[in-house]
Design a protein around this ligand. Structure first.
Ligand code: NAP
Length: 325
């Protein structure tokens, strides 16, 4: 992945597919009972992931986002990459290290993932990712950096990440929590041998939690690739009877699309957003999500959407209470 890739020829190339919700039986999005098979076996989720990847690829999606902690998502992606005759060489594969999956394919596990940003975890997880994805790994991100993360100050880790970059892998990070802007700005300052280390930033941005926007604009202007995650607030924007729905639904009706497409379009309209992730779990959702590329939002619509913003503390406090189902 290069910094600020050239504008895509087809709009879906700005939409990426994230595999957080299909690589493991449990996750925090809101309609899993409805949208996933009752028996969330390994085989069923492998099949579901393959269907999503087939459709995404056919429709022009060229970035797929996964992580060591997304259960078997790296494995499912590797299976798909090795299937068929098409090597899909222009697909960029991004993964993340820093969380270890601990749920053992259970929805009810007491702890689903354990965070550690130390060098030893990096070395172990890089080897695990390489064993599955080999040289298809294009982007490796530190998972969920916050301003207090040792990953922003650990010079031994930075040296190891620079070595990975020298092998041709783009080194990036994702951020989370109410101070994403501070984490992004701190990451922009990290250098190794005078060269910026982090070339890509993935952050939560959606109408309820847009506070990272100014820092993401700085990252984009500094030549970093900006990836937007959680553009639907984990499904919170799609609940009938709520204030977000009351704003998004009339725009969806006017544009002949759906609330998910309007919310993803709001992210696509940010001039600093290079890639916006769909977290679809059904091919129907993915098809709906991809229609975001057709939604035009004028100043009035963007202002109505912007009025939905919550305080970052309120947003992240709500998010931390979303159950794993
Ligand atoms: N820290 C990090 O680095 C981090 C954290 C989170 C996510 N991510 C990345 O971002 C990607 C997307 O994030 P996300 O999945 O957490 O959040 P999201 O994009 O805000 O929400 C996606 C969820 O919205 C629902 N949805 C989507 N389209 C729909 C439709 N047409 N109709 C009804 N419901 C629809 C689905 O949930 P239901 O079917 O359950 O309703 C889907 O799982 C992930 O896959 C991952 O790659 C990274």
């Amino acid at each position: 992945m290069t910094a600020n890739p050239a504008p895509p020829h087809t709009p879906p190339a700005r939409i990426g597919l994230g595999l957080a919700a299909v690589g493991r039986p449990g996750y925090i999005t809101l309609g899993r009972e409805r949208d996933l098979p009752a028996e969330r076996t390994v085989a069923a989720l492998r099949r579901r992931t393959r269907e999503l990847l087939d459709l995404a690829w056919a429709r022009g999606v060229r970035y797929v986002d996964t992580a060591r902690s997304y259960g078997r998502a790296e494995e499912f992606l590797a299976d798909w990459l090795h299937s068929g005759d098409d090597p899909r060489e222009d697909l960029v594969v991004g993964s993340k290290w820093g969380y270890t999956y601990t749920a053992g394919w259970s929805v009810d596990a007491p702890v689903h993932e354990v965070k550690d940003h130390g060098v030893a975890t990096f070395e172990r997880q890089l080897a695990e990712t390489r064993a599955l994805l080999g040289d298809r790994l294009g982007l490796y991100q530190i998972h969920s950096v916050t301003p207090g993360s040792t990953a922003l100050t650990d010079t031994a880790l930075h040296r190891r990440l620079a070595d990975l970059a020298a092998e041709g892998v783009t080194v990036g990070l994702s951020t989370s929590g109410p101070a994403q802007g501070d984490a992004i700005r701190a990451a922009l300052e990290v250098t190794v041998d005078g060269e910026p280390l982090f070339r890509s930033v993935q952050a939560t941005w959606n109408p309820l939690e847009p506070s990272a926007g100014p820092a993401l604009a700085e990252a984009h202007d500094a030549g970093r690739t900006v990836i937007v995650k959680e553009a639907l607030a984990n499904g919170r924007l799609l609940l009938p009877g709520t204030p977000p729905y009351a704003v998004l639904e009339p725009i969806a009706r006017d544009t002949g699309t759906s609330c998910d497409a309007v919310a993803l379009a709001a992210a696509l309209h940010q001039p600093w957003a290079d890639v916006v992730l769909s977290g679809a779990v059904t091919t129907r959702q993915l098809a709906d999500n991809l229609r975001a590329a057709d939604v035009r939002l004028d100043g009035d619509r963007l202002a109505r959407i912007a009025a939905l913003a919550e305080s970052p503390d309120a947003y992240w406090s709500h998010r931390s209470r979303l159950p794993w189902t």
